[in-house]
Design a protein around this ligand. Structure first.
Ligand SMILES: Nc1ncnc2c1ncn2[C@@H]1O[C@H](COP(=O)(O)OP(=O)(O)OP(=O)(O)O)[C@@H](O)[C@H]1O
Length: 426
């Protein structure tokens, strides 16, 4: 079967049955001209267009007839007898991949297709066709829907693409930072499962969620390229209002120092206990530094939340999966570097903390590294950012952060449906 379309103009696609030569309306685009007229329906058999019999014509010939029509276009159709009832419930999804109909030779009609980018919110208005859905982008800017590949079709495309790529041994050495009172430690970590998550699900089903005032606060997870100012912003926020904001106390296997108190700077545990916790997936992220383990546990975050405070942590991107859960419902804020020249201007008097606990002025290479790391982070994880703050001036960034956190707690947000109905399969 071949399909053609009247594109955005007509708002319908037609197909030719290759065995009989009959022409049928394949689909009517929601909100398009044909849909609004209420006169054409998917499955109707097309007999004439502007007096031209269409039986046996090539689809392209019908397009030509339409293209040369001016003013009113007359269709003679035999209506479908049993029109399917659209009793599908509304479906909202977050796109986890990019899609461009112009680059997809398989789409029945590129003009009727809809471009989307990772992170876009889509309202699926029609899933009658198992392969091609109709969707609108949120917030709805257009009354007319566009064609997008269904979840199963996109998965198939991803699998085909993946197999067509040359084999590359995949090692993911990530660095993480475990912060306590402003100190940063680097360590290497295991490979994140999220590497392949986009391959598994191109769309994430979402629902509108409004935190009930009596519910615990949402966890705020900050992330950004090393050196952009994630820790500085987190520290300042807690300093401004320690009664409202608090970090999660990390666990460590290193010995207690004389000025420290168990449970204040760290929860001090032995290696066996740490390994046991790691084995039981108690940590959001963890790693090793100079022979000792450090990690932030889910329980440490929950302790802050159940005490009625807003827990604010900084995470490495690989830990996004561990905080975007039914249990923690994290609001993920990406701290983005400003353009290079602006970054240089604002950091003239700032000190970079190196992995050896020394400080030094920023160099040109540091700014380039931050920019590059930020670009990669957005490219790989941008679809999971609930909010983005460009850390230009520190004061302005702090204000933006406070506003974003207030919104996360008080205003409705789109969240994964699994947070609300944990057993739902999509
Ligand atoms: N907007 C800004 N303007 C000027 N200086 C800033 C700004 N944001 C952060 N800084 C400074 O940049 C330095 C690095 O910031 P910070 O330690 O918070 O980075 P980070 O993102 O947490 O990196 P890392 O993860 O490597 O610790 C600090 O000295 C901080 O005061």
């Amino acid at each position: 079967m071949r399909q053609i379309c009247g594109g955005r103009g007509l708002g319908a696609t037609i197909r030719r049955d290759e065995t009989t030569g009959e022409i049928y309306v394949a689909r009517v685009i929601h909100g398009g001209l044909a849909d609004r007229s209420g006169l054409l329906h998917a499955g109707d058999r097309l007999v004439e267009v502007n007096g031209h019999p269409v039986f046996g014509l090539e689809p392209e010939q019908i397009i030509q007839i339409l293209a040369h029509s001016h003013g009113t276009v007359m269709f003679k159709v035999v209506p479908i007898t049993n029109r399917p009832v659209n009793n599908q419930t509304m479906l909202y999804v977050r796109a986890l991949v990019d899609y461009s109909p112009q680059q997809d030779p398989a789409i029945p009609c590129a003009d009727a297709g809809m471009v989307f980018r990772r992170g876009d919110l889509l309202e699926i208005v029609d899933q009658t066709d198992a392969l091609w859905w109709q969707a609108k982008k949120l917030p709805c800017s257009s009354a007319c829907a566009g064609l997008i590949p269904s979840s199963s079709l996109l998965k198939r495309k991803q699998r085909e693409f993946w197999w067509s790529q040359p084999y590359q041994p995949h090692t993911c050495i990530k660095t993480c930072k475990v912060h306590s009172g402003g100190s940063g430690l680097s360590c290497s970590l295991r490979c994140p499962s999220s590497c392949y998550s986009a391959l598994a699900n191109p769309y994430e089903e979402v629902v509108r969620y409004q935190r009930h005032p009596e519910d615990t606060h949402r966890l705020i997870a900050l992330l950004g390229p090393s050196g952009v100012g994630v820790n500085e912003l987190r520290r300042r926020l807690i300093e401004i209002n320690p009664k409202t904001y608090q970090g999660a106390t990390p666990h460590t296997t290193r010995p207690l120092k004389s000025h420290e108190e168990p449970g204040r700077e760290y929860h001090f545990i032995n290696r066996d206990q740490f390994e046991n916790m790691a084995y039981n997936q108690c940590f959001i992220e963890y790693g090793e530094y100079r022979g000792h383990f450090y990690g932030t546990s889910v329980e440490a975050v929950k302790d802050v939340l159940t005490a009625g405070k807003i827990c604010i942590i900084d995470i490495e991107p690989y830990a996004i999966d561990a905080v975007r859960t039914h249990e923690l419902r994290a609001y993920v804020i990406y701290i983005k570097p400003p353009p290079l020249d602006q970054m240089k201007r604002t950091r003239v008097n700032s000190q970079l903390i190196t992995s050896y606990y020394t400080t030094r002025s920023f160099k040109d290479e540091d700014f380039q590294e931050i920019e590059e790391a930020g670009r990669k982070m957005e490219q790989h994880y941008g679809q999971f950012f609930d909010h983005v703050i460009v850390n230009d001036g520190l004061q302005a960034s702090c204000v933006q952060l406070l506003t974003a956190i207030r919104r996360a707690q008080d205003e409705p947000q789109w969240v994964p449906v699994s947070w609300i109905r944990p057993t739902v399969q999509f």
